[in-house]
Design a protein around this ligand. Structure first.
Ligand SMILES: [Zn+2]
Length: 247
C-alpha cells in the first residue's frame, strides 16, 4: 500500500504483521536527451508497485532529491538536482527515527543511482546508511537508556541475532541491481541497459528519437529494447522479492 493513502488502522496492521516498509531512494539527474531525469527513482518506484501486487508492502513516498552530482553534465538547463550528502544526513536520520517511533521494524531503502559501488558506498546511500545507524542508536538509547547494551538483561544479545533479532537490521539499504544482476544485464548510465529498463517500466519517460549519439554513454541506447528491459525488470523483481520476503 502507498503509505500516504493508508488509514491508521492499516498502518497498525502493517506494524503488527511486520510488513516491509520501503523507501524508493533516488536522484534527479541528466540521463541524455532521451530519458526522463527521474530515471533512477522511477525504476525503483515502478518495480515496487509491481511487487506490491503480490505481497504485503508499505511503499513510502519516493525521495528523489539525492546527491545526483554533476559528473555527467552541469545542471544549467540540463536538469540535474544535487543536494550534498551532509544535507541529506539529517533528513535521513529524522525520517528513520520517525518511522521507528511509528513502530516499523522492517524498513528498507532501494537505490539505483551509482549503486555499482554500493558496498563501499556513494554519497546518497552513505548518507542514508549513516542516518539509519544514528536513528537506531538514538532510538534504542531513548527507549532503553544509556548502558542498555551492557545491562544483564541483554546477555542473550548475540544469541538473539541468530534468531534474526538484531536491532541494526531494522533499517537496511540495498542496491536496485546487485552484483549478480550486473553480471547478467548491462549496467550503464542512459545507455542500452537503463533505456531498455525504463522502456519496460516507465515508457512515458523515454523518447528514443532523441538518443544523442555524440555522448559516449548514450550511444548504446540505440540498441535498447523492451524485451531486454523486461529481462532486467524480472531479474530485479526476483532480487527485491527475495530481500523483502526475508528469504
Ligand atoms: Zn541512471
Amino acid at each position: 500500500m502507498r503509505y500516504e493513502l493508508m488509514l491508521p488502522h492499516q498502518i497498525r496492521r502493517a506494524i503488527d504483521e511486520n510488513w516491509p516498509c520501503v523507501l524508493p531512494l533516488g536522484v534527479l539527474e541528466y540521463h541524455g536527451e532521451h530519458l526522463g531525469v527521474g530515471m533512477d527513482t522511477l525504476v525503483v518506484v515502478r518495480a515496487l508497485e509491481l511487487l506490491e501486487e503480490e505481497m504485503d508492502l508499505v511503499i513510502l513516498p519516493a525521495f528523489p532529491y539525492g546527491a545526483g552530482s554533476y559528473v555527467v553534465e552541469p545542471p544549467e538547463r540540463n536538469g540535474t538536482v544535487h543536494v550534498d550528502s551532509s544535507e541529506l544526513l539529517p533528513f535521513a536520520r529524522g525520517l528513520f527515527r520517525s518511522l521507528l517511533r511509528i513502530g516499523f521494524r522492517n524498513i528498507h531503502f532501494f537505490i539505483h543511482h551509482q549503486s555499482e559501488n554500493f558496498e563501499a558506498g556513494m554519497p546518497t546511500d552513505l548518507a542514508f546508511k549513516l542516518g539509519a545507524r544514528q536513528a537506531i542508536f538514538g532510538f534504542l538509547e531513548e527507549e532503553r537508556g544509556e548502558g542498555w547494551w551492557g545491562d544483564d538483561s541483554m546477555a542473550d544479545y548475540y544469541a538473539a541475532h541468530a534468531q534474526g533479532e538484531n536491532p541494526f537490521n531494522w533499517i537496511r539499504g540495498h542496491p536496485f541491481m546487485d552484483e549478480e544482476i550486473v553480471g547478467q544485464y548491462p549496467f550503464d548510465h542512459a545507455g542500452q541497459g537503463e533505456t531498455s529498463l525504463l522502456m519496460a517500466l516507465c515508457p512515458e519517460a523515454v523518447d528514443r528519437q532523441r538518443v544523442s549519439l555524440g555522448k559516449w554513454y548514450c550511444r548504446s541506447a540505440k540498441d535498447a529494447s523492451v524485451e531486454l528491459g523486461e529481462k532486467g525488470r524480472d531479474l530485479v523483481l526476483d532480487h527485491m522479492r527475495r530481500i523483502l520476503a526475508g528469504q
